[in-house]
Design a protein around this ligand. Sequence first.
Ligand SMILES: [Zn+2]
Length: 424
Amino acid sequence: MKALFRGLLLAMSMAVCAQEYDPVPVNLDPLDLEEMTNAEEVQIPESLKDDEYAEEVEPDEVLDVPRDQTRVAVLGYHNFSETEPVSRMMLRTSEFREQMAYLRRAGFTVISMQEFLEWRLGTRTLPARCVLITLDDGWKSVYTDAYPILKEFGYPFTLFLYTNFLNGRGDSLTPEQVREMQANGATIGSHSVSHLYPRDWKKAEEEGAEAYARLVDFEFGESQKKLSKLFGTVNTFCFPGGYHTPAMVERMPGYGYLAAFTVVPGKVTVTEAPLAIPRYMIFGDDGSVFRTAVDFRVAQLGTVVSTGSRPGTLPAKTPPPPFAVSPKPHETVAPDFAAITAYMSGVAGVDFSTVQMRVSGFGRVPAKVDPVTRAVQWVLPCRIYMPNLSVHVTWKSTDGTSHKAEWSFSIDPGAPIKTVNSIP
Ligand SMILES: [Zn+2]
């Protein structure tokens, strides 16, 4: 059963890009993928059911990649209801559940704010495709509707609270509810004191720089103080309505904020300014934002980062594999390269039932051994836009000794695409 589940995770991690090779017009709605039913009832693609190595797949292993190859989709939610009319800010609770289930099926890693900050600050690595879940304002439905689902999936999440809306009155949360969520995966961030609108800020601006600074200190500083008194460390902020000015941003480090979130959509890499982090606001009446947010297939401008040391390549002293491979070590290929192949027929004493292939960003991949040529091959499910990939092949000899070979190669995102397919 475990092995099936593991195989399934692998299948899920491919789900998003698998559609690319579908010759018929594809429905781009990831929530309409046919396996999208219920987390327990996912159909296992026939081709993966009999994966000869399925028994040995390690538990949901998704390998970390070098820091500048990770992309994080930050999702922003507000209010939830199963019965109220949906709107931008009001999402159907059952749709939220489907979205959370999709994140799991697609093989994304849902990270905590702590992990996000450590990655940004350079003290940890993460898998290639991560999701950070944030919920703004502190609506009661976060506790009644979203929290049970997040808890069920075991996803960490961040609540951006504004302190004038935290007394249990109306539709607001109580501090006790927040504390319970904190004990079950929630990180608390600030969303100011009174959730001012741009017109309020403009009015303060007209009163002069000093009045403006006083208001910034109050909205950003007091909220941080009050929330940390109630809930402990508060070191992240999210701008109400996404509205922010240079005068605000300049004062933020003074209040201890390490990151501040906007409402400008886009994947987060290690390069964005820490006080203007992109975020996808998920609307209740328009599913397209969620679909864009969870589409990691195509690198966005500015997200494929190249440094002098070629991130993701193995250290130069790593010996080349003792057999021919394709793509070759340090070769540069186009994003639509077809397969990764290890030609192991010449290697003495290989027990081919033990051969495993791992690829950075994908973890264990379902590589197949060709019974005639003894080539070990993983056919790529989609185009790859990461700057480079590292491949690890492990096997045992018939005498029981373990062996490993590794190599890496680069991908040129601008290289001409040769394959014909329905999605650019
Ligand atoms: Zn808000």
